[in-house]
Design a protein around this ligand. Structure first.
Ligand SMILES: Cc1cc2nc3c(=O)[nH]c(=O)nc-3n(C[C@H](O)[C@H](O)[C@H](O)COP(=O)(O)OP(=O)(O)OC[C@H]3O[C@@H](n4cnc5c(N)ncnc54)[C@H](O)[C@@H]3O)c2cc1C
Length: 408
């Protein structure tokens, strides 16, 4: 049997090892924690996710993997359907797009502008930023009130530095196929509502990671790989790390290494907290201009969580990575007091990811194409959230597809 080295024990590396366990003799190298950004920290009675909060149940590959390894995801509480944005005051988000027209989230002028979306010509021949796309199709007010918080919540980024084509390829495709988002979503009978429901596991994402490892026949080694030459004994190599780590490991291939370095990352600090009483009972709150990008009301979403988490920084406030623990917690507490009027936490917990999430910047798709073409020249394979999809679901799907290629 051929020997395969997988560098990186996040969901991308681990799911790849699972899919290929009967085809290769596999060794997975991880420098830190199994699960990478999918890691649950237990602090007394509290479970705090260091990264991934959950996943939508609209990706067949993730659900299939859960079934194969024998773990049952749990659905988020009904409260998770209630979401807010904070724009000097808390505003409840409509749960269905039609409710936009009756809610007070947008001015009358803003609502009329949204309806004009039906008649805006599509732009398909060139790439656009999320900002350009949103203002062009839905207007400035929608852009400010919806896209700024959404980008912070999903990508820890800002719409002006994010590529619409790379970050939301499905929406871009709908625009180009149907001429308008509303026409397309209507034809697809989606009505613009989310296509899946949020799920996680009873004891957090680490429960899944541990089970996945348990069901995978591979050598799991805690070791930082500093140079690809350390893997000379293997027939095939997959790098499933962050792009900047891949760049370092592959430094001997200068052009490939330089291309990988071009994928920027945004920092995120996560502060776990609990207070005597917390409202609103909901999934959470996204902000438009605070240093805290959002507050996740974990205790109202999944069992055993008990606390809440504030997510700070991102591209909006990248200085977060240079603050010390005390300063980060103070920043979170100031925002929490402003937004939900809570003070004097019973507990505080902090995780700082200096390089949390890759930014899908303008030209990201071309950059990824160049990276993959260059890597293939050296028989090196890459997978992970830096390339073709940022979500937990995307990582599993992409590793499945790579596994199918490596089986051939
Ligand atoms: C704060 C935060 C919240 C998120 N929330 C969600 C969410 O709710 N839902 C969702 O779908 N997605 C979420 N994501 C995105 C999600 O984390 C990722 O898409 C996915 O978990 C990434 O998995 P990965 O295996 O590609 O990368 P990672 O999890 O980053 O794994 C890469 C691994 O490689 C290891 N490594 C790096 N260099 C080396 C080396 N030289 N040698 C050995 N090992 C090395 C690292 O230690 C790490 O474990 C979130 C991300 C963050 C940061």
């Amino acid at each position: 049997m051929q020997k395969l080295a997988i560098v990186g024990g996040g969901i991308s590396g681990l799911s790849l090892a699972y899919y290929l366990q009967n085809d290769y003799e596999i060794t997975v190298f991880e420098k830190d924690k199994w699960g990478g950004k999918a890691y649950t920290q237990k602090v007394g009675n509290y479970l705090f996710e260091e990264g991934v909060n959950g996943f939508l149940n609209n990706s067949p590959k993730t659900l299939e993997l859960c079934e194969k390894i024998g773990i049952k995801p749990i659905k988020a509480d009904e409260n998770a359907k209630i979401r807010y944005i904070y724009d000097d005051k808390l505003i409840k988000l409509p749960s269905k797009p039609v409710e936009f027209l009756t809610s007070d989230i947008m001015s009358l002028k803003g609502k009329i502008r949204i309806l004009k979306e039906f008649f805006i010509k599509p732009v398909c021949e060139r790439e656009e930023s999320v900002k350009e796309f949103a203002i062009r199709r839905l207007g400035k007010e929608f852009y400010r009130k919806m896209m700024i918080p959404m980008l912070a919540g999903i990508y820890a980024s800002t719409p002006e530095i994010t590529s619409m084509n790379a970050a939301f390829p499905k929406l871009k495709k709908i625009e180009c196929e149907y001429g308008s988002l509303f026409k397309g979503l209507n034809k697809l009978k989606r009505g613009g509502e989310p296509t899946g429901e949020l799920h996680s596991f009873e004891y957090g994402m680490s429960e899944f990671i541990n089970k996945l490892k348990e069901k995978t026949k591979a050598n799991f080694v805690i070791k930082e790989i500093k140079d690809v030459d350390e893997l000379k004994d293997f027939d095939k190599i997959v790098i499933a790390t962050e792009a900047y780590s891949a760049s370092e490991i592959l430094k001997k291939y200068e052009k490939l290494s330089d291309l990988l370095k071009k994928i920027p990352y945004n920092p995120v600090a996560i502060v776990g907290l609990d207070f005597e009483s917390i409202t609103p009972k909901s999934f959470g709150i996204l902000t438009i201009k605070n240093k805290t990008l959002g507050i996740l009301m974990d205790k109202y979403i999944f069992p055993n969580r008990n606390g809440i988490r504030a997510m700070l920084g991102g591209a909006r406030y990248s200085e977060i990575k240079d603050l010390n623990e005390e300063e980060i917690i103070k920043t979170a507490l100031d925002d929490i007091y402003e937004i939900i009027k809570n003070a004097n936490p019973k507990i505080t917990w902090l995780k700082l990811h200096k390089n949390a999430i890759p930014n899908y910047s303008l030209s990201h798709q071309k950059l990824v194409e160049d990276i993959f073409t260059e890597a293939e020249k050296f028989n090196i394979y890459l997978t992970g959230n830096a390339y073709n999809g940022i979500s937990f679901n995307d990582c599993i799907k992409n590793s499945f597809e790579l596994a199918e290629r490596l089986k051939k």
